[in-house]
Design a protein around this ligand. Structure first.
Ligand SMILES: Cc1cc2nc3c(=O)[nH]c(=O)nc-3n(C[C@H](O)[C@H](O)[C@H](O)COP(=O)(O)OP(=O)(O)OC[C@H]3O[C@@H](n4cnc5c(N)ncnc54)[C@H](O)[C@@H]3O)c2cc1C
Length: 462
């Protein structure tokens, strides 16, 4: 008689949920980074916390790796494994229930933020913080942090989570919140899927206003942009602040004896006010005292269109091939003092063509609006996020990666912390530099909640 393999056992334990067809395995072997390929033995598509718990108990007994996977928009293989189980939460995305009176939403962990926004807006509500890409899962962003252009007011998405239903690495289903099982609540938020799988989340919502007005401002001087964004954050004049660094290529200059491409960099700032039935914003007041080089445009949009404002860009990326390219994204969060010097130095040495079809993000925020313990950020009152987000043919990655790794290391030297969804080439020293005093705690949490180390092995050296 042919012996029954563990994946056949799993298939019979969860008929129809555990699959091994070529299309499912191929899809689960890659992520948005398109730099790493790992092929699992089985993809499981659970429908409930109980089904997740059965998978985890099964895997624990046999010491099989379980990688949780939302939409796999991470870029360094965080959702991948070789020969284990990929637990795809895309199947866990039916429940979205809005409590208008309490201003909360209860959702399955695999729900996409876009679907939550649609359901919440129908009740006149909206999540306080949205990522630029709404096509990602609630469980996925809560496991990293979930930053948005209103984070300077409302923190990360993890700060707006109220209660989570989690399946731990020991296979237990636990409800946790700030009041209940706080240790687990603090471990899974920004916990990189290391301590449990978020099956369900209760999230805070706020009242939504119907319209937005965005001022498209262009700066030719990073110091002026930083001065203005800092005073705008302090005054709460705008509801959203979104910024970039854009290169104006200047040709080649000699560096180290080699002709090297370089650019003059400019800094767009999109400053947005959300408004409802009250009078529209007063433009003169909104823009008074700001030191931009040019007011390029003013855009009026309904709130949903504003929340989904980057979808036309993502559509162009998909059409133009950028989406299918490799994405060695490097994002760091810098203390405000020192950010301008760091950014200027990195940009001066970053040849614009090394971005491929990508862009460079700036994310002015407050360092004090997030209280998520494992979302590491500098301890300063204001912080500046800086992200180099290239999209390149895979064969160009070996040339670009050292530049990005150097920028990452330089960030640590000025007190920066990395955003961990991107290109993470860390040895143990860098992990320690990133997690600082939380580092020993991570080991304790891992022993407690995932004693056999089956959840997302290989991502963190714990
Ligand atoms: C075009 C684009 C724009 C982006 N913009 C932003 C932005 O504005 N702000 C921002 O913060 N990020 C942004 N990101 C990064 C993105 O939000 C994160 O990578 C996020 O994790 C993606 O969600 P996901 O569903 O794809 O998660 P995945 O990549 O599938 O998973 C992320 C991590 O969480 C784990 N995980 C997934 N689901 C669960 C679960 N239910 N329980 C426990 N662990 C789980 C995974 O194992 C993995 O380690 C962007 C990414 C892209 C590609």
């Amino acid at each position: 008689m042919t012996p029954v393999t563990w994946f056949e056992e799993l298939e019979s334990l969860l008929p129809g949920r555990a699959v091994r067809d070529e299309a499912s395995l191929a899809e689960a072997s890659s992520d948005f980074g398109r730099m790493i390929a790992r092929r699992p033995a089985v993809v499981v598509r659970p429908q409930s916390a109980e089904e997740i718990a059965r998978v985890v108990a099964f895997a624990r007994e046999r010491k099989i790796a379980v990688s949780s996977r939302g939409q796999a928009h991470t870029q360094s293989g965080q959702t991948l494994n070789d020969g284990g189980i990929v637990l795809s939460t895309a199947s866990l995305s039916r429940k979205i229930s809005i409590d208008k009176a309490r201003r909360t939403a209860r959702c399955d962990g695999g729900v996409l933020w876009r679907d939550l926004v649609t359901a919440a807006l129908a009740e006149g509500l909206i999540p306080p913080v949205l990522t630029n890409n709404l096509g990602v899962s609630i469980g996925g962003t809560l496991s990293i942090a979930g930053l948005g252009i209103s984070s300077f007011r409302h923190g990360a998405q993890t700060d707006n989570a109220l209660e989570l239903t989690v399946v731990t690495g020991s296979g237990e289903i636990v409800t946790c919140s700030r009041e209940r099982n706080r240790d687990l609540f603090d471990a899974v938020r920004s916990g990189l899927g290391q301590f449990g799988i978020i099956a369900e989340a209760e999230l805070a919502l706020r009242e939504a206003k119907s319209s937005t007005r965005t001022y498209f401002l262009l700066y030719d001087d990073l110091a002026k942009l930083m001065q203005d964004t800092r005073s705008l954050m302090a005054s709460d004049r705008f509801d959203y602040l979104e910024s970039w660094c854009v290169p104006c290529p200047q040709g080649f200059r000699r560096m180290g004896g080699e002709p090297t491409a370089f650019a003059e960099w400019f800094f767009p700032l999109h400053a947005t006010i959300e408004y409802g039935s009250e009078a529209p914003p007063d433009d003169t007041r909104a823009l008074s005292g700001l030191s931009y080089y040019k007011h390029v445009h003013t855009e009026e949009r309904p709130l949903f269109e504003f929340a989904a404002r980057l979808e036309p860009l993502f559509w162009l990326w998909k059409r133009g091939g950028y989406w299918a390219n490799a994405h060695p994204w490097m994002e760091t969060i810098l203390p405000w003092d020192g950010a301008a010097a760091y950014i200027s130095q990195v940009l001066a040495h970053y040849p614009p063509h090394a971005l491929g079809g990508g862009h460079v993000l700036l994310w002015p925020s407050r360092g004090t609006t997030s209280q998520t313990p494992l979302f590491m950020r500098p301890a300063s009152e204001f912080v500046m996020g800086f992200g180099i987000l290239p999209g390149l043919p895979k064969e160009f990655v070996p040339a670009a990666a050292p530049l990005l790794d150097r920028a990452s290391d330089l960030g640590f030297t000025v007190g920066g912390k990395r955003y961990l969804s991107g290109l993470v080439h860390f040895d143990e020293g860098r992990w320690k530099a990133h997690f600082g005093e939380q580092w020993p705690k991570l080991h304790d949490l891992k022993r407690r909640y995932d004693p056999d180390g089956i959840l997302n092995p290989g991502v963190l050296p714990v």
